[in-house]
Design a protein around this ligand. Sequence first.
Ligand code: B12
Ligand code: SF4
Length: 500
Amino acid sequence: MRVALINPRFRLPIDTRTTPHLGLAYLGAVSKQRGDTVRIFDADVEDQPVQDFVLEFKPDLVGITANTPQVKQAWRTAKAIKEVWDVPIVIGGPHPSVTSEGLDFESAERPYIDIVVRGEGEAVWLEISKRVEDFKRHSEDKSTRALMDPERHIWDDVLGITYKTSDGQVYRNMDAKPIADLDSLPWPAYDLFKMDRYTNLQPATDHVDGARSFSILTSRGCPYRCTFCSQSIMPIKWRARTPENVIEEWRHLVRDLGAQEIGVLDDSANIRKDRLYRLADLLIAEGLNHVPWIFVNGIRANLAEKPLMAKLKQAGLKRTAFGVETGNPEIMKTIDKNIDHDTIRQAFKNCKEVGLETIGFFIIGLPGETRETMQDTINFAIELDPLIANFSMMTPYPGTKVYEIVKRQGRLLVTDWEDYVFFEQKARYEMGEMTAELVEEMYRRAYRQFYLRPGPILRRVKTKDFWLNLPRNLRIARRTFFKKAEKTELRRAIEAQGSI
Ligand code: B12
Ligand code: SF4
């Protein structure tokens, strides 16, 4: 079968760096393993219009990925495809997976989307591919209309999908089980991407001297349910690959693909510490520890004990992120993070003592915040003094508890999914006394108070990356420290496209 996987163009008014989509790389890999002819169309790096691509490749099945700010682009892409080619179109990813808000229905009800895959995709995608192939082999009428004919009952028992039959009815089947054995998955198929076109293969690594960086995922899921985090829409069950399985891919990234930096993308890599000790042993034994790697998304501070961090440092770990979120003890209790500030202090201390760099993620504008609690967060960031402090304004993503709270007690300032980004330095909701103006003021203050200190300035200007990317860094600094006056050209162009 001919299968196309699409990453819709991410239309943000920012100079973002492009990176291959790991979810599509996994889906492409399982399709290849099944024997399909696979093409990935990443609109971020393609020159060709999607309609031309489809007319040339003539796919039997199309899959499109979508997070929240991308979903309307995903619909536009699906519509453009259906205008020129009759093919079943499947959409998946974090946004259409949110059943609590009916966002699977929202996509399935679009005339040009046939099936929505909710949650983890590989097994469900394989099942869909198999059914489409059987149908194409045995049915005389090969149209999508026939494929979705309710009389044929093709989709009745496929778990993890929401689908629309050709009479316009939408059905939600039961959830699929999370993939139990992650070792059974093939490695992400990077060979399907135009790798030379990406400006940064792994955005959170240093990219020093244009180093070739790659991502790796060693576990999936998270047992915690923080109120602001979209992870809550994915399986609660944390599952990990064995260290032996991880090391094989790691070796492939370094030895075959020439990785010079690796970003570990796990949400909570250190849930089982014995696994990390074993992984560290293997990295050292295999001589792979010369390639620096980073926990880019944060590990749990309560499980970052000093001997483990020392061992990981020996195994090549250069830097680790922690989700600190807030510096205020009362706000901390409300976000279900299940951690206290002394534990976080200890984790940062452990890292510094063993020579690891740190990243702190902080949120400005959680529900219930005041000027004082936001200032506590800024002060705590300064106290912890990570190499990188990342402040973001709370963006309530659908499906999270914060979204629920804001809908009930606050005022959402965004109505368009395309605005669900936190690159724009704009507050996305107000609640009680917490106005958008206050949150935006505290956000800019956070960056100013943290970075405009002698220590961070010296650290930044001493890095090669700072000078290599000077114009970009200055643009980011101007945007971050000072209030932005007007909309960019790109933003105006997006708005001119009208609604879908
Ligand atoms: C790495 C990462 C990034 C990277 C790269 C993203 C990329 N293009 O690969 C960067 C830093 C660029 C990034 C940016 C943003 N991100 Co991000 N990111 C992640 C992170 C940590 C890992 C993504 C990943 O590789 N996961 C592993 C793969 C295997 O999973 P996956 O991509 O979700 O794909 C699986 C399923 O979703 C499904 N699936 C996905 N697509 C499809 C399509 C089909 C057809 C099918 C069948 C199935 C399917 O099957 C896949 C395999 O199981 C996730 C958190 C997480 N744990 O997923 C957040 C996450 C995806 N990001 C998020 C957000 C909000 C953003 C931003 C919007 C933030 C912002 N700054 O405004 C931007 C958007 C950028 C963009 N270009 O779209 C949210 C999304 C929430 C939502 N409702 O949309 C997440 C879930 C974080 C969170 N916990 O809140 N991100
Ligand atoms: S913020 Fe981190 S710990 Fe909390 S639910 Fe999300 S991934 Fe898990």
